[in-house]
Design a protein around this ligand. Structure first.
Ligand code: ADP
Ligand code: MG
Length: 222
């Protein structure tokens, strides 16, 4: 618990510093009635909004990492959920010059909606973060004999050998703004749902492939 508290304090400091600096800048611009203060205001609001979003992400990650709420499994429409998660990332993808594609059959999978959404959001965010210079994101589904496979492939920087060895360990991150909890949370959430996750170098050229295996919803479930 002490380690976790220390980690949370550390994580929160990262977004707080730019927010503080932005406020100082705004204050000075107003005091000096600087020309272009309207533009400064616009830019600062954008920055602060992103930092607040980042803080929210940190709070969510830590909450989820401590177990979050209890999983409630039910039948989930996979296709609609994937559409929703991709749609959430539309603006970010455009900004990053990333094209997103989705392919494959729909299925009803068995799991906790909030937790599965969170896993998918984490994987899509990781993929976008791995493509600072633009690229392609491919999401595909495939029916297996027992379950459904979902793959999320990016054409980004790829996994370093070090990352490959520690991917699912809590707090392992190679990002200045990362919590290192996304994949640890994903692994646990999937295990709770009777699924699996692995990350491997993409076979096609560069990038990374995340492969999930999800259980199918029982036929009689509503
Ligand atoms: P965070 O995103 O906060 O760093 P994660 O648990 O989501 O934490 O990911 C841990 C690490 O795994 C990342 O810091 C990165 O080094 C590596 N990683 C995860 N997904 C990808 C990806 N799609 N491409 C390259 N590296 C990745
Ligand atoms: Mg992540």
């Amino acid at each position: 618990w002490r380690e976790m508290a220390r980690q949370i304090a550390h994580e929160i400091k990262n977004p707080l510093t730019p927010i503080q600096l932005s406020l100082d800048l705004l204050e000075r611009a107003r005091r000096e009635r600087a020309p272009g203060s309207e533009e400064i205001l616009e830019r600062t609001m954008g920055l602060m909004r992103r930092q607040v979003e980042h803080l929210r992400q940190i709070a969510n990650d830590f909450y989820e990492f401590t177990g979050g709420r209890k999983a409630v499994a039910r039948a989930l429409p996979l296709g609609a959920l994937l559409d929703e998660v991709l749609h959430l990332h539309d603006a970010w993808a455009v900004e990053r010059k990333v094209e997103m594609h989705k392919d494959g059959p729909d299925a009803r999978v068995w799991g906790d909606l909030g937790k599965l959404r969170r896993v998918l959001v984490n994987l899509v965010s990781n993929a976008l973060q791995a493509m600072p210079e633009g690229g392609q994101l491919f999401v595909a589904t495939r029916l297996l004999a027992e379950g459904v496979e979902v793959t999320i492939r990016d054409t980004g920087v790829g996994l370093t050998p070090e990352a490959q060895a520690h991917l699912f360990e809590p707090y392992f991150t190679t990002k200045s703004e990362g919590t290192g909890l996304g994949l640890a949370i994903a692994k646990r959430a999937l295990e709770e749902m009777g699924g699996e996750i692995e990350l491997v170098p993409a076979e096609e050229g560069r990038g990374t492939l995340a492969r999930l295996r999800l259980a199918l919803a029982p036929a009689e479930s509503a």
